[in-house]
Structures are given as C-alpha cells and as structure tokens.
Design a protein around this ligand. Structure first.
Ligand code: PBG
Length: 330
C-alpha cells in the first residue's frame, strides 16, 4: 500500500523531520528498556569478574556478581536476563550430564537471582554445548549428532532448569521435536506456567564465534553445526521451523542471528503474529565494538540504531549484550 500523496512542492516529506518534537510525534516504533533481554555469562567462584576477550565490555560473572547485575537490570527497567555458563573443562563429558545437574552454574544462579530479584525474568538455554565434550548442542555418536537420544538429555536439562525457577526456557539446540518433548515434560511435572521461547529459526552462523569463546566451547567444538542449525541461504525453511515449534507448544519464537536476518524477523512476525524476538549475537556485538574501539563509528549510536532496526522489522524484543549500556540512554 503506497499512501496517497500530493506532488512536490505541496508534499514536502522534510516538514515532518524539521525538529525533534515532530520527529518524536511521527516515530513509527520506539525502543525502550522493556524491549531488551540481557544475556550474561556466569562462571565459578566468588566475587569473580573475567573479561571475555572477543567481547569488549562483557564479563563473565560469578553467581554473586550475576545477582548484582540482575539487580542492575531490574533498576534499568530490563525485564529479563538470559544466563549462560562458563563450564569448567573437568565437567564436560560425552553425555553432557552437567546439563541436568540441579546445582550447575546456571541453575544455581537462577535460584540466587529469583531469590534476590523475584520480579526479574530469568531465561535459560536448553542445549548441551556448554557441557558436551564435543561442543555440540546434541549428543554425538560415532561423529553423528543423534536426534532422539539428544531429546532425552534435553528433557532432563529442561526439567532441572524449570525446577531451579527459570521463567523462560530457550531451546537453542535445533534438534527435531525438542519443543514438543520439553512442553510435554513440563506439563506432566507441574510446570505448566514455564514459558518456552524457542530458537525457532536458528542459523548455522559464523557470528557465534565470540560466544563460544565466552562459554569456553571454542576449542571443544568438533566440526560445525550445519546438520542441525539452518542454512543461511534459506528463508521459507524458517517459516516451517517456526510453525513446527508453535505447533509443539512454543509460546514465543526467536530468530538468530539478528541484523543479517531481519528479513526473517519480518516475515515470521507477519505470518504468525506471535511474540517474535531476535538475538543480536556475539559476533554482531563484537563487530560494532571493534569499529567503535578504532574510532570508526560511534558505538552507542550504532548500537541504538541496530536495536531500533529490530523494532522496525517487527520484533517484540531483542536479546542483546548492549542491554545494560543502552537501557540508560533510552
Ligand atoms: C548454544 C548457543 C549459542 C548461542 C546461544 N546459544 C552458540 C551456538 O549455537 O553455537 C550464540 C549466542 C551468541 O553468539 O551471542 N546453543
């Protein structure tokens, strides 16, 4: 639909851009702290803060400091944090058992955060990669990532996370059938209110590099994730993935990575009209930070513009490492 417009000079689009107040009045979308989910990395120890080399400004935090950061999130009006573990090498096994340890890092951090800041949402990733000796999101048998056996492990992981008090589970593993298995397990264990935000359209992306560094999976990963994560060249397939996850019981869906996949965000929102989120991933963050550190771009402005782009594309919210930096500017 192209709106009717008078020809120049009767119509001058610049009239609506002349001053700040009129630009505010006609702005089509708004970015607020309430749109943001803050992903954090949790590590062992007490009062520990370790910078992630490839993500300047992002630190791994011990549980006590993660609780402090969660308080900061609540004060900034950020509704939810997402926790990822930096798992010690000694706890990584071929069966990834640490994933369903009730006292693993993310479960411990979730309990601590929910006790200290009960009104803040906590989201946890359902995937085996931080715990798997092979660095894969599913179990590996003779070099093959096996689907159905992985589902049993993911189910155990999801139940331990719900038990710890996670409000949102984010299956990010891309095994077939995982949302249905997790949803049924939650229902039959009295976790009917646990929300599932599925990483529905998750692409096999080189933009995850710094994240794997942050969770200590870089050295571990054998091969790539192309047999389960999507091919960057595909768009219709993303709609099929979303429709499968919704049919299996997902409440919200996510597209990942973010900016290079805005077309997917727009079509998912348009086709399904469900809460749609984008993950502005580690590599996107790192690129902006690197350019800013060189003085080539204004980091805050580029971050803000990129986040506004997600809203414009139709997203309801964004997982972004910029959350604590940008929220105070909004
Ligand atoms: C694990 C997971 C990944 C990310 C979120 N959950 C990495 C991967 O799939 O390899 C990436 C997040 C980021 O790059 O910021 N399944």
């Amino acid at each position: 639909m192209i709106p009717l417009s008078a020809p120049f000079p009767l119509n001058r689009p610049r009239r609506l851009r002349r001053e700040g107040w009129i630009r505010e009045l006609v702005a089509e979308t708004r970015l607020t702290p309430e749109d943001l989910i803050w992903p954090m990395f949790v590590c062992d120890g007490d009062n520990q803060r370790a910078p992630v080399g490839s993500m300047p400004g992002v630190d791994r935090l011990s549980v006590d400091l993660a609780v402090e950061a969660a308080r900061q999130a609540a004060d900034l009006g950020i509704p939810c944090v997402a926790l990822f573990p930096y798992t010690d090498e000694s706890k990584k096994t071929p069966e990834a058992e640490e994933a369903w340890n009730p006292d693993n890092l993310v479960n411990t951090a979730t309990r601590a955060i929910k006790a200290a800041v009960p009104d803040l949402g906590v989201m946890l990733d359902v995937a085996l990669d931080p715990y798997n000796a092979d660095g894969h999101d599913g179990l590996v048998r003779d070099g093959v990532i096996v689907n159905d056996e992985s589902l049993m492990a993911l189910e155990k992981q999801a139940l331990a996370q719900a038990e710890a008090g996670a409000d949102i589970l984010g299956p990010s593993d891309m095994m077939d059938g995982r949302v249905g298995v997790i949803r049924q397990a939650l229902e039959s264990h009295d976790f009917q209110d646990t929300i599932i935000m599925s990483y529905a359209a998750k692409y096999a992306s080189a933009f995850y590099g710094p994240f794997r560094d942050a969770v200590g999976a870089t050295g571990a990963l054998k091969g790539d994730k192309k047999t389960y994560q999507m091919d960057a060249r595909n768009a219709s397939e993303a709609l099929r993935e979303v429709s499968i996850d919704l049919a299996e019981g997902a409440d919200m869906v996510m597209v990942k990575p973010g900016l290079p996949y805005l077309d997917i965000c727009t079509s998912v929102k348009r086709e399904f009209g469900v809460p749609t989120f984008a993950y502005q991933v580690s590599g996107e963050y790192a690129m902006i930070e690197a350019a800013a550190a060189n003085g080539w771009v204004d980091g805050d402005k580029v971050a803000m513009e990129s986040l506004a782009a997600f809203k414009r594309a139709g997203c309801d919210g964004i997982l972004t490492y910029f959350a604590p930096r940008i929220a105070p500017l909004l």
